[in-house]
Design a protein around this ligand. Structure first.
Ligand code: IPD
Ligand code: CA
Ligand code: CA
Length: 279
């Protein structure tokens, strides 16, 4: 029955895999890129993947709205809306670094009900439907059980647009010194999938868009995790702050963000002059 969130998965999974497989020949031949503005890159592969996904979604569910990163704004006020990132991790892709994916999130009446992320380099297919849990290649996945920030590994990302105005380096620095470390892999959707799969204990980023977050946020929630804004308020599709965790470390992360924003108890950066003079 098409009113169960899980009813949308079989067709949507097939579309994500088809798009992911379409990306690989472009990746292998190191397709060229253009600038969309700043250091925001786009390739022929982004466009081809979006065209494929949009044509398949239109054929399957002509009444659904579609918003795609590469310009699709097929919106007519319907109850359903797909958010499509046809290639999340374009900078990695363009440089031959194999960390990227296809991400598709489905909203019904403003509520996320399905999320699909496909990583064609590892053939990993993540799926979630509201109320049915999250899976990786068909097997259930769960967030980690790590209980403290000091024992956690986390992910983050840095925006390509107006990067000189972004304060994330302060959070990167402070949280690096209070955890097992931070990874900055370059695909927000895969970062969220990694929280859902228990590979990361937490993840945060400023200024993401709904095509980056929707699928991954539902994956995290359905895998037992929590996603909020940095102050702990509810995450919404258009939120400009994304803080995801295994739930157990969430309060500690919110506290940590509050302290950093307030400039309290900050660890100092080592002095470059002191380092240089010791050499
Ligand atoms: C980017 C990636 C990256 C994140 C950027 C996003 P794109 O998406 O998710 O990890 O740090 O903020 O814009 O441009 O490769 O689809
Ligand atoms: Ca993206
Ligand atoms: Ca993209």
């Amino acid at each position: 029955m098409a009113d169960q969130p899980s009813a949308y998965l079989p067709q949507a999974l097939a579309i994500a895999v088809e798009a992911g497989k379409l990306l690989m020949p472009y990746f292998e031949r190191r397709v060229g890129f253009e600038y969309k503005g700043g250091v925001d890159l786009v390739t022929e592969a982004d466009t081809a993947s979006e065209q494929l996904i949009v044509s398949r979604l239109r054929a399957a569910w002509p009444e659904h709205d579609i918003v795609g990163e590469e310009g699709t704004r097929d919106t007519h006020g319907g109850s359903f809306r797909w958010y499509i990132d046809p290639l999340d991790g374009t900078t990695n892709f363009a440089h031959g670094y194999p960390v990227f994916c296809v991400s598709m999130g489905l909203e019904r009446e403003g509520e996320l009900i399905a999320g699909i992320i496909y990583d064609p380099t590892r053939d990993e297919l993540f799926a979630a439907a509201r109320g049915s849990g999250a899976t990786l290649n068909g097997r259930p996945i769960h967030v980690s059980t790590t209980a403290t920030l000091s024992e956690s590994i986390l992910g983050t990302g840095f925006p390509s647009f107006k990067r000189h105005k972004n304060p994330n380096i302060h959070f990167y620095h402070q949280i690096t010194l209070t955890s097992h470390g931070i990874r900055r892999a370059g695909s927000a959707a895969l970062d969220l999938a990694n929280v859902a799969a228990g590979r990361y204990d937490g993840y945060w980023e400023f200024n993401l868009n709904p095509w980056d977050t929707t699928a991954g946020v539902l994956l995290v929630q359905e895998a037992g995790g929590t996603v909020t804004r940095f102050d702990g308020s509810p995450f919404k599709v258009d939120s400009k702050e994304t803080l995801a965790s295994n739930t157990r470390i969430h309060e500690e992360l919110i506290h940590c963000f509050r302290e950093i924003f307030a400039g309290r108890n900050l660890k100092e950066l080592p002095s470059l002059i002191a380092y240089r003079d010791k050499q």
